[in-house]
Design a binder for this molecule. Structure first.
Ligand code: PLP
Length: 352
C-alpha cells in the first residue's frame, strides 16, 4: 500500500513467471525454453546489428519481419502484427479486441496470464471447466460471451485441440473474437492460421520463444484479418512505437528464414518428448498426451510438491502449480536426451 499509487495498482495481482535461477548448474525444466541454441543464421544476423546504425531507431512498422512471417505462413503482411514477446501481443489483444460488455471465456486450466490481463484492463471473465481428461469441449463455448481465448496446445496440460473443434467454436461465435494462442503449435499440432482467410473474427498468436529458441529476444506475432490487426496497431501505436529493437527484428527474420534448422530442432524435441513420456509411464506416472515441448504428469503414489522439492535437491527444476484440479501434477519441459536421462535417474532414486 502506498498513497502515491494509482487506484488500479492496488487491485492488481501480477503474473509470477517460472523461476530463472542464478545458478547455472541446474537442469532447468521449468519454463519451457528450448534446449537447443537459436539458429546460427539468427545469431549471425544479430551480431551484424551491433553497429553504428544502433544510434537510429528501428523500423516502427517492422516491415521486413512482418513480410518474413507472411511469407512463412502464406498470408499478407497486412494480416500480421508483431510485438515484444507474445505476452505483449496478447496484452494488446485483450485491450483491443476482448474487452466487451459480456464476459471473456477461457478454460479453467490455462495460461495463468489471462486473468492477470483481465485484471489490468478491467475485463470480466468466466472460466470454462475443461473436461475430466483436460480437453476442451467446443460445446461449452456456445454461451453468450464477449470473446474467447485458449492456448493450443493448451498450457500447462499440453493437450491439443483439432482444427475441426476450433472451427466448431468459430462457427458458434461469429460475433466474438476467438484468439488461439499457439505458443507450442510447432511441436506437433496443426496451426489455425490457414483459417484466418475464412474467419474475420479469428486471431492466431505465436511466439519465437519456444520453437525457435529465442525466449531471450522477446518476439511474438499475431495473424488475423486486417481489421483485427488494425485494432492491435492502434493500441500499439498508443503505447510504444518501437517495441522491437534492431536485434530482435534482424534475428527474428533470419530465424524464420532458416527453415531447415527450425524443422530439425522441432523434430529433436518431439522425439525426446515421446521417449520421455514412455519412460515416465514406466516409472508409474500418468502422462497426459502432449503436443507441446513439455509433459504434464502425476504420480498416484507421490505428492507433486514433494516430488518437485526432491528433484530440486538433485539440481533439477520443474514447474508445480498450486491450483485446484492440477495441484498433483508437474509440468516438465522437454530438454535434451541427456537431460531426460538425468531426470529419469533422479526420479527412479526418489521413487525408491
Ligand atoms: C510461453 C507462452 C507465451 C509467451 O511467450 P513469449 O512470447 O515469450 O511472451 C504465451 N502463451 C503461452 C501459452 C505460453 O506458454
Amino acid at each position: 500500500m502506498n498513497r502515491y499509487w494509482s487506484s488500479v495498482v492496488h487491485t492488481l495481482t501480477p503474473y509470477v513467471p517460472g523461476e530463472q535461477p542464478k545458478r547455472t548448474d541446474l537442469i532447468k525444466l521449468n519454463t519451457n525454453e528450448n534446449p537447443y541454441p537459436p539458429s546460427p543464421r539468427a545469431l549471425q544476423a544479430m551480431a551484424a546489428e551491433a553497429a553504428e546504425s544502433l544510434r537510429l531507431y528501428p523500423d516502427p512498422n517492422a516491415g521486413r519481419l512482418k513480410q518474413a512471417i507472411a511469407d512463412f505462413h502464406g498470408v499478407t503482411a497486412s494480416q500480421v502484427f508483431v510485438g515484444n514477446g507474445s505476452d505483449e501481443v496478447l496484452a494488446h489483444g485483450f485491450q483491443a479486441l476482448l474487452k466487451h460488455e459480456r464476459p471473456l471465456l477461457f478454460p479453467d486450466i490455462s495460461y495463468s496470464f489471462y486473468p492477470v490481463y483481465c485484471g489490468l484492463y478491467g475485463i470480466d471473465f468466466t472460466p470454462v471447466p475443461l473436461r475430466e481428461d483436460f480437453t476442451i469441449d467446443p460445446a461449452d463455448y456456445r454461451i453468450a460471451n464477449g470473446g474467447i481465448i485458449f492456448p493450443n496446445p493448451n498450457a500447462p496440460t499440453g493437450r491439443l485441440l483439432s482444427i475441426e473443434a476450433i472451427r466448431e467454436i468459430l462457427d458458434g461465435n461469429p460475433d466474438s473474437v476467438v484468439v488461439v494462442d499457439e505458443a507450442y503449435i510447432d511441436f506437433g499440432g496443426a496451426s489455425a492460421i490457414p483459417l484466418v482467410n475464412h474467419y474475420p473474427n479469428l486471431l492466431v498468436i505465436q511466439t519465437l520463444s519456444k520453437s525457435r529458441s529465442l525466449a531471450g529476444l522477446r518476439v511474438g506475432f499475431a495473424v488475423g484479418d486486417a481489421g483485427l490487426i488494425e485494432a492491435l496497431e492502434r493500441v500499439k501505436n498508443s503505447f510504444n512505437s518501437y517495441p522491437l529493437d534492431r536485434f530482435a527484428l534482424s534475428g527474428a527474420v533470419a530465424a524464420l528464414q532458416d527453415r531447415d534448422y527450425f524443422a530439425a530442432t522441432c523434430q529433436w524435441v518431439i522425439a525426446t518428448r515421446e521417449h520421455l513420456a514412455v519412460r515416465l509411464a514406466e516409472l508409474g506416472f500418468e502422462v497426459l498426451p502432449s503436443a507441446a515441448n513439455f509433459v504434464f504428469v502425476r504420480h498416484p503414489g507421490h505428492d507433486a510438491g514433494e516430488l518437485a522439492s526432491r528433484l530440486r535437491e538433485r539440481a533439477i527444476i520443474v514447474r508445480h502449480f498450486r491450483q485446484p484440479r492440477i495441484e498433483q501434477f508437474l509440468r516438465i519441459t522437454v530438454g535434451t536426451d541427456e537431460q531426460s536421462d538425468k531426470l529419469c535417474a533422479a526420479l527412479t532414486e526418489i521413487l525408491g
